[in-house]
Design a protein around this ligand. Sequence first.
Ligand code: C2E
Ligand code: MG
Ligand code: MG
Ligand code: MG
Length: 281
Amino acid sequence: RSKRRGRAQITVYSQEIAQEMKRATQIEQALRNAIIADQVDVHFQPIVDLRSDTVVGFEALARWCDADLGYVSPSIFVPLAEERGFIEQLAETLLRKAAQAALSWPKELFLSFNLSSAQLMDPATSSRLLSIINQVGLDPRRLELEITETAVMADADVAQKIVSELRAAGVRVSLDDFGTGQSSLGRLRDFSFDKVKIDRAFVSRISADRASEHIIKAIVSMCEGLELEVVAEGIEDFAEALKLKALGCGMGQGYFYGKPADAVATMRYLSDRYRDSAASR
Ligand code: C2E
Ligand code: MG
Ligand code: MG
Ligand code: MG
């Protein structure tokens, strides 16, 4: 009897897998078309210096809404583009758009762009990225690249080479989602980073549990010693912002300071801020 049920379950699972594969292929086709039709967009979320409460840069975040599929999250379609071998095309169109938008911002603001793990395994990545921003005309010193520990671990030698080539050109590199995944503190010693981004998981629990507070405190102090900037991700309210400031965290990002917004809304956000600061001078 249990055998029969087992077989029934296997049938259900394989149907589910077939469904999922069908959907993945559907997303793949739609995304490939969207890239060609220039329908993948990029939004920008402010990164703030917590010491002065001023915007210092923006993180570019991919956005895509398909007519049939609706909104698809980048945490779905970025890995899919990697698996199906067209991350390069996706990344190129995103970086081009993001860099283009950054040209209109005040020059002191940086653009932070996420690199996927597949990009960090391809030795051609650094020259490719540099040639894109060179074509657009963005100063490489205004570009920052976010990479994750998991991505670094896939092929550490190649990743290290890519990172050092980019840094030699003036690009800064930050370690994203720090504290999640298979964290290795040795990575911070062997790799040259400029910044560490503390994962939202710690920030969102900072008011609720003391453990998260202690972990953030330790990360901040370690980064001070290593001369790395620290950014807290996912700050959602004033209380969290105050706590992070008190813990000595230098930079922050999250809905409290601004949600990701398109290029036009980002310019509006900036012009409001700069008008205010000009008026108070
Ligand atoms: P990430 O790089 O860690 O980006 C931060 C994510 O947290 C973004 O989600 C952002 O919208 C969200 N977020 C920011 N502040 C808050 C907050 O206060 N509360 C909450 N609940 N969430 C907040 P998003 O845009 O859905 O992106 C998810 C992930 O997809 C990113 O994580 C990144 O790993 C990846 N991704 C997004 N755009 C790109 C891209 O252009 N290239 C690559 N390779 N990956 C990308
Ligand atoms: Mg990021
Ligand atoms: Mg992150
Ligand atoms: Mg993340």
